[in-house]
Write a protein that binds this ligand. Structure first.
Ligand code: ATP
Length: 358
């Protein structure tokens, strides 16, 4: 029997008054998988996290965690998730160990017996490299250590899915790397489907997105791209050709009339072609092009292209996504098993077979 997805979100929609925060988001996270959630401010990431964590009852759609339905059985969902949000949930005045013991009692771990709860806390303190700070007050810890202590709190009850909302927000670069190493370690230490092995991580940082098995990009409440970092980059072409110009939409339109696949993205023009290098000299010579450069696609390009509409197929006014083929174009559907946009639903990618070994 196959295990249910760690998380299954179907057609999730929610509005705050007349502000539509989520508009039909569908997303699965496999047991053991880490999915990164990217999106500009206000794109709906926190609303999605709140719906998954049962803090918010969405207007429409379903959320199931390990098979438990958030609407019908929110308590079962809460038992299966660990939440590490931006504001730490530990009491500054208590020591790390006291704070975790209090949380363990609140989470019902005391029912396992004090000895077992203590063993669980010791295990987590060891794995999260906090053992030597166990008796320090939370309020005296550095930002990185405090975040790790908060992570220990989120993991106490053996959750199957950990929700992390900008887990490295406010941390210095070294503490960021250390926290990600810790998150990697948690996955390595546990076989898929064991505690804490699936992670949904909201982040604004592209290097953090690179550390995810798959990345989901939200734009104005819609899922506009979903795939492995490698597949999303590959969908932009082997090398992306970027043009600097004074009026990107106008140049993209002119190039479109010349039968090139060009789109305005973040004030520049992205040209997709099988051999973009061959186009470079002629494009560079144009009076309406200030500079032209070939660049291996990065996650920044993926993000810019996704929110610029490059992965959304089929909608009115959208052209064929670069690298995804199209009507009559070579390689139609080339990446459909790896990369998806919002429409058509047929190209939503399935869960990877082995999400950890990418
Ligand atoms: N409590 C609320 N009341 C009214 N509008 C809200 C509320 N919470 C969020 N919104 C609006 O819903 C939309 C989605 O917000 P959300 O916080 O989910 O986005 P986000 O992607 O998490 O943003 P950020 O990256 O800034 O945290 C935004 O337009 C936001 O202004």
């Amino acid at each position: 029997m196959t295990a249910p997805p760690a998380l299954s979100v179907r057609d999730l929609a929610h509005a705050y008054g007349d502000v539509a925060a989520l508009r039909g988001v569908t997303l699965d996270v496999a047991p053991g998988e880490r999915v990164g959630l990217l999106g500009a401010n206000g794109s709906g990431k926190t609303t999605l996290m709140r719906a998954v964590s049962t803090l918010l009852v969405p207007d429409a759609g379903t959320v199931t965690v390990g098979g438990a339905d958030a609407r019908r059985d929110p308590a079962a969902v809460r038992r299966r998730i660990g939440v590490v949000f931006q504001s730490p949930a530990l009491d500054d005045a208590l020591t790390v160990r006291e704070s975790l013991a209090l949380q363990a009692a609140l989470a019902g771990l005391a029912g396992l017996g004090r000895g077992e709860a203590r063993a669980r806390i010791d295990d987590l303190l060891g794995r999260l490299d906090l053992a030597d700070r166990a008796d320090a007050r939370v309020g005296t810890l550095s930002g990185g250590l405090a975040r790790r202590a908060d992570l220990a709190r989120g993991l106490l009850h053996h959750p199957a899915l950990v929700l992390l909302d900008e887990p490295t927000g406010g941390l210095d670069p070294l503490a960021r790397v250390a926290l990600w190493d810790t998150l990697d370690g948690l996955r390595r230490d546990h076989a898929p489907q064991a505690e804490g092995s699936a992670q949904l991580v909201a982040t604004h940082l592209m290097d953090e997105a690179e550390r995810c098995d798959r990345v989901a990009v939200l734009d104005a409440g819609r899922l506009v791209a979903l795939g492995t970092p490698a597949a999303l980059k590959a969908a932009l072409g082997r090398d992306a050709l970027w043009l600097d110009t004074d009026d990107a939409p106008a140049l993209a339109a002119r190039l479109g009339h010349e039968r090139l696949d060009a789109r305005a993205v973040g004030g520049r023009v992205l040209v997709a072609a099988d051999d973009p290098g061959a186009l470079l000299p002629a494009l560079y010579a144009r009076p309406d092009v200030r500079a032209a450069a070939l660049k291996e696609p990065s996650m920044d390009d993926v993000f810019a292209a996704a929110v610029g509409g490059a992965f959304a197929g089929g909608g009115a006014g959208t052209s064929t996504p670069p690298g995804m083929g199209g009507d009559g174009a070579g390689g139609a559907g080339r990446h459909h098993d790896e990369v998806s946009g919002t429409v058509p639903p047929a190209i939503i990618d399935p869960l990877p077979l082995d999400p950890i070994t990418e």
